[in-house]
Design a binder for this molecule. Structure first.
Ligand SMILES: NC(=O)c1ccc[n+]([C@@H]2O[C@H](COP(=O)([O-])OP(=O)(O)OC[C@H]3O[C@@H](n4cnc5c(N)ncnc54)[C@H](OP(=O)(O)O)[C@@H]3O)[C@@H](O)[C@H]2O)c1
Length: 263
């Protein structure tokens, strides 16, 4: 899996196909989509129209809440694959655990079937807390390859990352730039970025890479798209990493996995 991916939400339509195509031309190799983003058709079109071979691209999509349950999952996946127009998906994620429904274990069994059929290369989860992953593993014996969770310097998720690492699960970071919070205007971040000679966005994305998480930044701006990918030619010192760790507020920009419901 690439060490950084392109976040596709909420980009749709013809503009979406063009932006995703530009992302691939820029050098992004992983596109993060979801059934609920309404852009699988556009992501698939960009992948099929690209001159980069399919085998070098990594396509992720996610199961929406209304499709939890074994049979529902198999049907929903068929829809995703049809919209994408691809032969397989690289990574399929359960978008949210929806603990109130209590169907994520059945959903997971269907994910494992899809992987065994070769329609999905890897299966994983999103917004799963340790208690949810523990249940999957206890009841099916199959460990998710990836857990995609909210993570940025204001909400750095040290316990979740340690848990994931202990299970051999890769942590992907959504809203890696803190979405619309004031993170990118933070003074400490600004100082660190200035010292290194990069933009605040690049310093944050480098912080993710050095923590071993896989960030999925979203940008529609050509300059920022290119900058966000250019985070492998410099590094932050331990001291600079520590200063960025120190700006954590514990505040989320998105929903809490125990409460958030979207269908
Ligand atoms: N699994 C889940 O439940 C879940 C939830 C939320 C998101 N996601 C995924 O994570 C991706 C990213 O999350 P997100 O869109 O919420 O947040 P984000 O990537 O942290 O932030 C995106 C915002 O930052 C701006 N931006 C991007 N690069 C910048 C830079 N270098 N400097 C300044 N501003 C910059 C973008 O505007 P411009 O476009 O104008 O640059 C946009 O307003 C989504 O696209 C989606 O794929 C997953």
């Amino acid at each position: 899996m690439p060490a950084l991916g392109y976040g596709t939400y909420p980009i749709t339509g013809d503009e979406g196909v063009a932006v995703f195509g530009r992302a691939i031309e820029d050098g992004y190799r992983m596109l993060d989509s979801a059934a609920s983003y309404g852009n699988e058709t556009e992501v698939g079109a960009a992948v099929r129209e690209s001159s980069v071979p399919r085998s070098e691209l990594f396509v992720t999509t996610k199961l929406r809440g209304e499709s939890h349950g074994r049979d529902e999952t198999l049907k929903a996946f068929e829809g995703s694959l049809t919209r994408l127009g691809l032969d397989y998906v690289d990574l399929y994620l359960i978008h949210w655990p929806l603990p109130r429904l209590d169907r994520y274990v059945d959903t997971w069994r269907a994910f494992v079937e899809l992987r065994e059929e070769g329609l999905v290369r890897s299966v994983g989860v999103s917004n799963f807390m340790p208690e949810h992953v523990d249940r999957l593993v206890d009841e099916t014996g199959v460990v998710p390859a990836v857990n995609q969770v909210e993570m940025h310097p204001y909400f750095p998720q040290p316990a979740q990352r340690a848990y994931d690492a202990g299970r051999g699960i890769v942590t992907q970071a959504w809203s890696p730039l803190g979405r619309k919070s004031d993170l990118l205007g933070n003074e400490t971040l600004d100082d660190v970025a200035y010292e290194v000679g990069v933009t605040p966005g690049q310093a944050v994305l480098r912080w993710h890479v050095q923590h071993g998480s896989v960030p999925l930044p979203k940008s529609e701006d050509p300059t920022r798209m290119a900058q966000n990918l250019d985070v492998f030619s410099f590094s932050l010192s331990e001291e600079q990493m520590g200063r960025l760790d120190g700006i954590a507020t514990g505040e989320r920009v998105g929903g809490h996995p125990l409460e958030h419901e979207e269908f």
